[in-house]
Design a protein around this ligand. Structure first.
Ligand code: PHE
Ligand code: ZN
Length: 896
C-alpha cells in the first residue's frame, strides 16, 4: 500500500522526455506467483539529462547498459524510480525484474483473473510490469516474447501480429508478437490462459483481409456472437462515416471477469470487462446489448482517436476520451436509425440523445458543481486515475459535439481529416485538435475563430443561460435575450484564481404561437426565414430580434441540447404542457415534460417536508396521458417521455437535499400516476408485447421499455391485478429484459413474500452466471426496503467478494449510489458502512476505492443532520493511516 504524501502534478510543468525509446523488446516467463520480465530498450538521447524510469512493486534483478553490468552504484533506485546517469547518445539498456501477478489485487499492471493472465496499463500500470518511462508521449516499437506452461496457458496473446510460435522443454511454449505501430506503453497488453474464441474475417474498404476475434472463458462461447457482430459493424461504420480503416491484420477482444473499468483499447488487443462482451437473450437485457455495442465501438474507435494519435500527457485525456465518446454516441445513433423510415429514424436518434443527456445530467452536472469539479482538460491532479470522469468523458463529448454543430457535420469531417493529416503517429494536445478544427472553421467563417470556444477546455462548471423574451406588440417584434453566468467551482474558488470568461454557446431555438404552431423565424437583419435557429452566444449577454411576431410566443429552447448548459426561463405550466404536445423538436418536447415532472415532484417533496397533503395537478396527469395515448409516437420515445427524472437529477434543483423526502415524493408521484392512468398503462402493457424470438433492435427494445415502465407504474400504484401480472411476466419471460423488469417491480413494490420467492427462484436459476448474479445483487442493493443490515447480510453470501470489481459495484456501490432511503438513514449508519467499505477496498484496489469514495462528494448540499454525519465519515476515512493517494485526493478535496 502506498503511504506517500500526495504531490500535485501540473499541466504547465510539462517537459518532453529527454530520450527517444526507439524499440522495446519484452520477454515474459509467466508464472502466477512470480513472473520474470526482461526488457531491452534501444534509446537515443534527445536532450541532456539522466534517464529516469518509473517502477512500482517490482523486484529488480539486474541492469546492463550496452551489454555491461551496471551494478555497484551506477544507478539509483528508490520506491518509484530507477535513474541511470552518464549514458551515451545511443544505448541499449537491459533490465530484468520480477512481479507477482497472483498477489496483485489492484488489477493494474500484470494480474491473474480466473487463472488467466491479463494486463492493464492505462494510465500508469506499465510501471508495475517493468521499469520504463511510463508516460504517453514516449512512443516505441514493441516486440514481445511470451513463455508459459502450455497446458495451463494454451493461448498467448499480445499486440500486433503473431510472428512465431514454438514448443519449449518442460511442457512450456512460446509465442512472439510484433506490433508494427509505435505506441505509448499504456497501450501494451498481454493475455495468457485457457480461452475459447469466435472469429470472422472481413475485407476492409481497401481490400485487405482482416481477422477479428473475441476471446472469453471456456463455456461462454455461445455469448460472444453479438460482440463479434458489433465489432464488424464498428469497423464498417468508421470507414463509412470518417474514412478510417483498420490498420492491423488482426484485431482481438478478450473478456476478463475482473476488470476495473469498462474496457481498454490496447493496440490490436482490447481487454474488456466481461459485462461488455458476453450476452444472450436469456441472460442479458436490452440495456446490456446496447452497452456492449457502444463499448465495442468505443474501444475500436480509439484505434484512430487515441492510438494512432495519442495524448501528449494525461491532462489531455479528453483529447481521446471526449472525442471517442462522441464517436461511439454517433455510432449508436446511426445503428439505431439504420433500416428505419425517416420518421422512425429521427425518433431513434432523439431517444439516443435523450439517454446521453440523462447520463450527463445525473453524473456530470453534480460533478461539475462539486469539490472535484475540473475542466475537461484539468490543470492539476494528484492521482490521474481519479480523472477518468464524467467531465472528461461525457462533457468532453459534448464539447466535441458543439464543434460539429458549429462547423456542420461536413465541416467537422474536414476538420478531423486535417487533424489526422497533421498528427498521425504523434502524441498531441487538445489545443492541437481545436487548431485543426479552427483551420476549417475560419474558411467558412471569415474573421471569426474558436478562441472563445477554447474556454470550454480551460474552465469548469455548468454555465447557466437565462433567457428573456420581450415582445413589442406595436412593432410585431420579439427580442430574445440570452445571458450567461457560471459560478466558480472547485479550485476556481481559491483566491488568486483567474476570473471566468464567457463561453461560446451554440443555442438552438424555435418559437411557437399560443396555439402551438411553429412560427417561421426571421431575424431583423435577414431576408430568409427558418424553422429553427442556432444562436451563438459568445459574450456575457446578447440579443436577437425576430420580426413578424404577432403575439408573445412560447420559446422552444436549447433544442437537441445544443450545449451542456442549464437554461433558466420562467415557463408557466401551461406553456410546458403546450411544448410537450406541439414542439416540432422531439427532444424539446421530452424536455418540457421533464420540467413539468420536476416541478411536480419538487412540490410533492416540499409538501412532505411540511407534513401537508399532496395531490397531482389534473394538467400534469393529462399531459402524461397524452404522451401515453396520442397516436404516432414510437414506444421507445414514449418510454423516455414518461420516465420521471431521477433522484440525482432532481437533487440538483434543491437548495438543501432531503434525500428521503425526495425519494418518497418521487415514489408517491409514480404511484399516483399509476392509479390515475391505470387503464392506459394496462393497455400499454398489452399493446407492446414482443415476439418470442428476441431481437435487441430499437423498435423491439422500445416496446419492452414502455411495457415494463407501464408495469412499474401499475405496481407502484398498487393497482388491482398488477402483482399477478408481474408474477406471470416473471415466470413466463422469454428474455432477461422482461424477467428482470418484472422481478424489479416485485422487489420494489410487491408483497414481501412474493418478492422473496422470486428472488430465491432467480438465484437458483442463474447462480452459475456471474453477470446475472451481479444483477441479483444490484436488485437487492437498490430495493426500497433494503437497509444497511440487508446489505451486510448479502456481503456474507458465498457468492459475494469485494475483490471482484463487478461484484463490489453490484452490491456496495449500488447501495451507496442508488438506494437513497437505505443509504441516507437518519442515524448515519449508511455513511459509517460507506467508510468501512472505502477502507476495505482501499487495501485491495485503490482505483475502485476512490470511486466509492466519490459518492459523498456532494455532502455539503444535504440537510444539516445528514451532512454532519457525512462529514464525520469523510473525516474518518481521511484520518486512516496508509490511505492510498487515490482516496486521499478525493476525501481531502471533499473536505476542503
Ligand atoms: N481508456 C479506457 C476507455 O475509455 C478506459 C480505461 C481507463 C480502462 C483506465 C482501464 C483503465 O476506453
Ligand atoms: Zn475511451
Amino acid at each position: 500500500m502506498r503511504t506517500d504524501t500526495p504531490v500535485t502534478i501540473r499541466r504547465q510543468n510539462y517537459l518532453p522526455f529527454p530520450y527517444d525509446i526507439v524499440a522495446v523488446e519484452l520477454e515474459f516467463d509467466l508464472d502466477p506467483a512470480s513472473t520474470l520480465v526482461r526488457s531491452r530498450l534501444q534509446l537515443k538521447r534527445l536532450a541532456p539529462g539522466p534517464l529516469v524510469l518509473n517502477g512500482e512493486d517490482l523486484e529488480l534483478l539486474s541492469v546492463t547498459v550496452d551489454g555491461q553490468s551496471w551494478e555497484g552504484g551506477r544507478y539509483q533506485l528508490d520506491a518509484q524510480t530507477l535513474t541511470l546517469d552518464g549514458l551515451g547518445d545511443e544505448a541499449i539498456i537491459e533490465i530484468a525484474s520480477r512481479c507477482r501477478p497472483e498477489a496483485n489485487s489492484t488489477l493494474m499492471g500484470l494480474y491473474v483473473s480466473n487463472g488467466v493472465f491479463f494486463t492493464q496499463c492505462e494510465a500508469e500500470g506499465f510501471r508495475r510490469i517493468t521499469w520504463f518511462p511510463d508516460r504517453p508521449d514516449v512512443m516505441s516499437r514493441y516486440t514481445v516474447a511470451l513463455r508459459a506452461d502450455k497446458q495451463r496457458f494454451p493461448q498467448l496473446l499480445s499486440n500486433g501480429n503473431l510472428i512465431a510460435q514454438r514448443d519449449l522443454p518442460d511442457g512450456r511454449h512460446e509465442a512472439r508478437w510484433e506490433d508494427p505501430f509505435r505506441k505509448p506503453c499504456y497501450l501494451f497488453a498481454l493475455v495468457a490462459g485457457r480461452l475459447t474464441w469466435r472469429e470472422s474475417r472481413m475485407r476492409t474498404r481497401s481490400g485487405r483481409e482482416v481477422l477479428l476475434q473475441v476471446y472469453s472463458d471456456p463455456g461462454s462461447e455461445d455469448k460472444t456472437q453479438f460482440a463479434l457482430e458489433s465489432l464488424e459493424r464498428a469497423v464498417r461504420w468508421d470507414e463509412q462515416r470518417f474514412g478510417l480503416e483498420l490498420d492491423l491484420d488482426r484485431f482481438m477482444i478478450v473478456a476478463a471477469r475482473d476488470f476495473n473499468m469498462g474496457a481498454m483499447e490496447n493496440k490490436g488487443l482490447n481487454i474488456f470487462n466481461a459485462a461488455y462482451v458476453l450476452a444472450d437473450p436469456e441472460s442479458a437485457t436490452d440495456a446490456n446489448f446496447s452497452a456492449i455495442e457502444a463499448v465495442i465501438g468505443h474501444e475500436y474507435f480509439h484505434n484512430w482517436t487515441g492510438n494512432r494519435v495519442t495524448c501528449r500527457d494525461w491532462f489531455q485525456l479528453s483529447l481521446k476520451e471526449g472525442l471517442t465518446v462522441f464517436r461511439d454516441q454517433e455510432f449508436t445513433a446511426d445503428m439505431m436509425a439504420q433500416e428505419l423510415d425517416a420518421q422512425a429514424a429521427a425518433s431513434a436518434r432523439t431517444v439516443k440523445r435523450i439517454d446521453d443527456v440523462v447520463t450527463l445530467r445525473a453524473a456530470q452536472f453534480p460533478e461539475d458543481a462539486g469539490p472535484m469539479a475540473h475542466p475537461i482538460r484539468p490543470d492539476s491532479y494528484q492521482e490521474i486515475g481519479n480523472f477518468y470522469t464524467a467531465t472528461v468523458y461525457e462533457k468532453g463529448s459534448e464539447v466535441i459535439r458543439m464543434q460539429q454543430t458549429l462547423l456542420t457535420p461536413a465541416g467537422f469531417r474536414r476538420g478531423l481529416d486535417e487533424y489526422f493529416r497533421r498528427h498521425d503517429g504523434q502524441a498531441v494536445t487538445c489545443d492541437d485538435f481545436v487548431d485543426a478544427m479552427e483551420s476549417v472553421y475560419v474558411q467558412d467563417h471569415p474573421g471569426r475563430g474558436l478562441s472563445v470556444f477554447r474556454r470550454w477546455y480551460s474552465q469548469a462548471g455548468t454555465p447557466r443561460v437565462k433567457v428573456s423574451l420581450d415582445h413589442d406588440a406595436a412593432r410585431q417584434t420579439c427580442t430574445v435575450t440570452l445571458e450567461q453566468r457560471c459560478e466558480p467551482v472547485g479550485v476556481e474558488r481559491l483566491p488568486g484564481a483567474p476570473t471566468k470568461q464567457p463561453f461560446h454557446i451554440p443555442f438552438a431555438i424555435g418559437l411557437l404561437d399560443a396555439a402551438g404552431k411553429p412560427l417561421p423565424l426571421r431575424l431583423a437583419s435577414e431576408a430568409e426565414t427558418r424553422d429553427s435557429l442556432l444562436l451563438e452566444l459568445t459574450t456575457q449577454r446578447a440579443q436577437w430580434t425576430f420580426e413578424h411576431v404577432a403575439a408573445k410566443p412560447v420559446p422552444s429552447l436549447l433544442r437537441d441540447f445544443s450545449a451542456p448548459v442549464i437554461v433558466d426561463y420562467d415557463y408557466t405550466d401551461a406553456e410546458l404542457a403546450l411544448l410537450m404536445k406541439h414542439d416540432p423538436n422531439a427532444f424539446a418536447r421530452w424536455e418540457a415534460g421533464q420540467q413539468l415532472a420536476t416541478r411536480t415532484i419538487l412540490a410533492a417533496t416540499r409538501a412532505r417536508q411540511q407534513g401537508e397533503p399532496f395531490s397531482l395537478h389534473g394538467e400534469f396527469v393529462e399531459a402524461w396521458r397524452a404522451v401515453l395515448t396520442v397516436p404516432g409516437l414510437d414506444a421507445g420515445y414514449r418510454a423516455r417521455a414518461l420516465t420521471l427524472p431521477s433522484e440525482k437529477t432532481l437533487a440538483e434543483y434543491m437548495d438543501q437535499v432531503d434525500p428521503i423526502a425526495l425519494a418518497d415524493a418521487r415514489h408517491e408521484t409514480l404511484g399516483a400516476l399509476g392509479r390515475a392512468l391505470a387503464a392506459d398503462w394496462r393497455a400499454a402493457t398489452e399493446a407492446n408485447q414482443t415476439p418470442d424470438a428476441y431481437s435487441p433492435d430499437p423498435i423491439s427494445a422500445g416496446r419492452r421499455a414502455l411495457k415494463n415502465l407501464a408495469l412499474a407504474y401499475l405496481m407502484a400504484g398498487s393497482v388491482e391485478g398488477a402483482q399477478q401480472q408481474a408474477q406471470a411476466q416473471y415466470q413466463g419471460a422469454r428474455n432477461m429484459t422482461d424477467r428482470m423488469a418484472a422481478l424489479s417491480t416485485l422487489v420494489n413494490y410487491g408483497e414481501a413474500a412474493a418478492a422473496t420467492a422470486a428472488l430465491t427462484d432467480f438465484y437458483e436459476r442463474w447462480q452459475d452466471d456471474p453477470l446475472v448474479v451481479d444483477k441479483w445483487f444490484t436488485l437487492q442493493a437498490t430495493a426500497r426496503s433494503t437497509t444497511v443490515e440487508t446489505v451486510e447480510g448479502l456481503m456474507v453470501h458465498p457468492a459475494f467478494s469485494l475483490r471482484n470489481p463487478n461484484r463490489a459495484r453490484s452490491l456496495v456501490f449500488q447501495f451507496c449510489l442508488n438506494n437513497p432511503i437505505g443509504f441516507h438513514r437518519a442515524d448515519g449508519s449508511g455513511y459509517r458502512y460507506w467508510a468501512e467499505q472505502v477502507l476495505a477496498l482501499d487495501a485491495l484496489n485503490p482505483e475502485i476505492a476512490a470511486r466509492l469514495a466519490r459518492t459523498l462528494d456532494r455532502w455539503v448540499r444535504y440537510v444539516p443532520e445528514l451532512s454532519e454525519s457525512m462529514r464525520q465519515a469523510l473525516q474518518q476515512v481521511r484520518n486512516h493511516p496508509g490511505l492510498s493517494r487515490n482516496v486521499t485526493e478525493i476525501v481531502s478535496k471533499a473536505l476542503e
